[in-house]
Design a protein around this ligand. Structure first.
Ligand code: ADP
Length: 529
C-alpha cells in the first residue's frame, strides 16, 4: 500500500507510509538531559513519579519485599502543566532510554496500522529495557470503547486492545519497562486501561498554586540575564499570574527576555516581565488603532465602569491594571484583576463579581444612554456564573440544594420542564438585580467613573497605584502581596520533603545536581580565564 501511494507523489500527512522517519513513528532518546529540578510546582506528582525512578534504579529493593512493580501511570491534567516534562525527567534521572509517541499517531486510516505500531514499539521497548515508554494524548486511542468515534472506530478498539495485551504481557515477561501516558481528559478513558497491572496509577498534575509558581519561575528565570534578586522577582511574578501553567510561565520568561532584547537592554528588568505577562494574557498590542474617537470613549467608560464597581464592592477581586490599548485576542480594553487562588466562593463573592462584570455595560448605559456589543464576553461570563450558582452549586433557595450534572447526556436535561422554567426565571432575576445594583452604585459614583475614564483616555493604562492616586485607598482592605497571600499556609515556599523510602534517592539526585553545578562553574571559569 505504501508503494502505491508513493507512486502518487508521496501523499503528505501519512507518517509511517514512506515518511522520512521510515516505519518508526515514535521518537527515541537515549541520554535525556531533563532532571527533576527542571520540573517544579507539582511536588505531589513528582513524589509519585520519583518512585518509578527508584524502581528502575533498584528493582531488587522492591522485589525483595514482595512488592509488585506498578506497570505504568497516567499523568492527567490541563495542557502545559508539565506532564511530558515529568515523564522525560523520570527517564533523565533514571538514565534510561525514553520512547515517546503521541496517541494520535497510532490512528491511521489503514486497518491494522495502529495495532502494528503498538506491537513494534513494545518490542523495541523490551529490547531496550529498562526504559520508559511515554504515550501522549492517550485518549486518542484509550477512549471508552463502543462510544463511536470519527470513523475507524474498530481500528481504535483494535489498537487499544493491542496496547492492553502488550501491557499485560509485561507481567509475565518481567521486563523493566515503565509505561507513562499523558491526557487532559481522563474521564473519557476506557476503564480497562485503569485496571491494576496496567495504568494502575493516576497522577493528577494540575495548574500550580502561588508557591508552585514561585518554584517554576525560579526554574525559568535561571537562564535569563538580569540584575534583579531572583526570589523576590519570582514571588512578585507568581502573585501576578494566577491560573498560569508551567508552559505559560516559561513563555512569560522568554517573552520578557525577547522584549528586553527588542529595546536593546543589557539585562531583563521588571517592567519587561510585566509587559510579557500582559502579552501572554491578552495577545499582541495592536499598532493600528482603527477605533474612532467615539468608540475609544466608549471603551474607556466601559473599562472605568468595571474598575469603579470593583473598587467599591467589598468582595470584588483586587485590581491590578486597567488598559484601553487594543490587543490581539479581540479585546479592545481590559481590566486585569488578581483572582483568588482557590475556587471556593461564597454567594456574596459571586454576586459582587457579577456586578463588577456588568459594570462595563452599566457605565455605558449611564454615561451614553445606550449600550454596545462590547459587553458580550462579560455577559457570557455572567451567564455561566449565574447558571452555575443555580444548577451546580445549589445556591438558589427556590431550586434548592441540588446539583445537576449537565455533561452526562447532552440531549436529556436532568431536571423536569418545570424546574427548567424555574432555573431560567431565577437566573434572569439574579442578573436583573445585579444590574440594578450596579447601575445604582455607578450612578452614585459617576464622578469617579468620569475621572478614571478621562485619565484612561489620556494615558491608556492605569495601574493600581494610579487608581489610589485618583480615588484614595480602596475602602476594603485587600490581600495583594505575596506574603499576605501565603500567610497562614505554613511556610512561604513549596514543601519539597520526601518520605523515608525516597530519601536516599533524593540525596543521590541532589548530590548529582550539586556536582553538575560545580562542573559548570569550573567550565565557565575555564572559558572566561
Ligand atoms: P504537558 O505535557 O503537560 O502539556 P509540557 O510538559 O509539554 O506540558 O510543558 C511544556 C513546557 O512548559 C515545558 O517544556 C516547560 O518548559 C514548561 N513547563 C510546564 N510545566 C512545568 C513545570 N511544572 N515546571 C517547569 N516547567 C514547566
Amino acid at each position: 500500500m505504501g508503494g502505491m501511494f508513493k507512486g502518487m507523489g508521496g501523499m503528505p500527512g501519512m507518517p509511517g507510509q514512506g515518511s522520512s522517519k521510515g516505519h518508526k513513528v515514535y521518537e527515541k532518546a537515549t541520554a535525556l538531559k531533563v532532571n527533576f529540578k527542571d520540573v517544579a510546582g507539582c511536588e505531589e506528582a513528582k513524589l509519585e513519579i520519583m518512585e518509578f525512578v527508584n524502581f528502575l534504579k533498584n528493582p531488587e529493593h522492591y522485589r525483595n519485599l514482595g512488592a509488585k512493580i506498578p506497570r505504568g501511570a497516567i499523568l492527567q491534567g490541563p495542557p502545559g502543566t508539565g506532564k511530558t516534562l515529568l515523564a522525560k525527567a523520570t527517564a533523565g534521572e533514571a538514565g534510561v532510554p525514553f520512547l515517546s509517541i503521541s496517541g494520535s499517531e497510532f490512528m491511521e486510516m489503514f486497518v491494522g496500522v495502529g495495532p502494528n505500531r503498538v506491537r513494534e514499539m513494545f518490542k523495541d521497548a523490551r529490547e531496550q529495557a529498562p526504559c520508559i515508554v511515554f504515550i501522549d494524548e492517550i485518549d486518542a486511542i484509550g477512549g471508552k470503547r463502543g462510544q463511536g468515534g470519527m470513523g475507524g472506530h474498530d481500528e481504535r478498539a483494535n489498537t487499544l486492545n493491542q496496547l492492553l495485551v502488550e501491557m499485560d504481557g509485561f507481567s509475565t515477561g518481567a521486563a523493566d519497562v515503565v509505561v507513562l501516558a499523558g491526557t487532559n481528559r481522563e474521564d473519557t478513558l476506557d476503564p480497562a486501561l485503569l485496571r491494576p497491572g496496567r495504568f494502575d496509577r493516576q497522577i493528577y498534575v494540575g495548574a500550580p498554586d502561588i508557591k508552585g509558581r514561585v518554584s517554576i519561575f525560579m526554574v525559568h528565570l535561571k537562564p535569563l540575564k538580569t540584575d534583579l534578586v531572583l526570589l523576590d522577582l519570582a514571588k512578585k511574578m507568581a502573585t501576578m499570574t494566577p491560573g498560569f501553567t508551567g508552559a505559560d510561565i516559561a513563555n512569560v520568561c522568554n517573552e520578557a527576555a525577547l522584549i528586553a532584547a527588542r529595546h536593546d537592554c543589557k539585562s531583563v528588568e521588571e517592567h519587561h516581565f510585566e509587559q510579557a505577562i500582559e502579552r501572554v494574557v491578552g495577545g499582541l498590542e495592536k499598532k493600528s488603532r482603527v477605533l474612532s474617537p467615539q468608540e475609544k470613549r466608549t471603551v474607556a467608560y466601559h473599562e472605568a465602569g468595571h474598575a469603579i464597581s470593583g473598587w467599591y464592592l467589598e468582595h470584588a477581586h483586587p485590581l491590578l491594571k486597567v488598559s484601553i490599548v487594543p490587543r490581539g485576542k479581540g479585546a479592545l480594553g481590559y481590566a486585569m484583576y488578581l483572582p483568588k487562588e482557590l475556587s471556593l466562593h461564597t454567594t456574596d463573592q459571586l454576586l459582587d463579581m457579577i456586578c463588577m462584570t456588568l459594570g462595563g455595560r452599566a457605565s455605558e448605559q449611564i454615561i451614553f444612554g445606550k449600550i454596545s456589543t462590547g459587553a458580550s464576553d462579560d455577559l457570557r461570563k455572567v451567564t455561566q456564573w449565574v447558571y452555575g450558582m443555580i444548577i451546580q452549586y445549589g445556591m438558589n433557595p427556590q431550586v434548592g440544594h441540588l446539583s445537576f450534572d449537565l455533561n452526562q447526556n447532552p440531549y436529556i436535561k436532568p431536571f423536569s420542564e418545570q424546574t427548567s422554567h424555574l432555573i431560567d426565571a431565577e437566573a434572569r432575576q439574579y442578573v436583573e438585580e445585579a444590574y440594578a445594583r450596579t447601575i445604582q452604585l455607578l450612578t452614585e459614583k459617576r464622578a469617579d467613573v468620569e475621572l478614571v475614564a478621562e485619565e484612561l483616555l489620556k494615558n491608556e493604562v492605569l495601574t493600581k497605584e494610579d487608581m489610589v492616586r485618583l480615588l484614595g485607598d480602596r475602602p476594603w482592605g485587600e490581600k495583594s502581596t505575596y506574603d499576605e497571600l501565603v500567610a497562614g499556609t505554613g511556610g512561604d515556599m513549596e514543601d519539597t520533603s520526601v518520605p523515608e523510602g525516597l530519601k536516599n534517592l533524593k540525596d543521590e539526585l541532589d548530590a548529582k545536581d550539586a556536582a553538575e553545578l560545580v562542573e559548570e562553574d569550573k567550565r565557565e571559569k575555564g572559558t572566561s580565564a
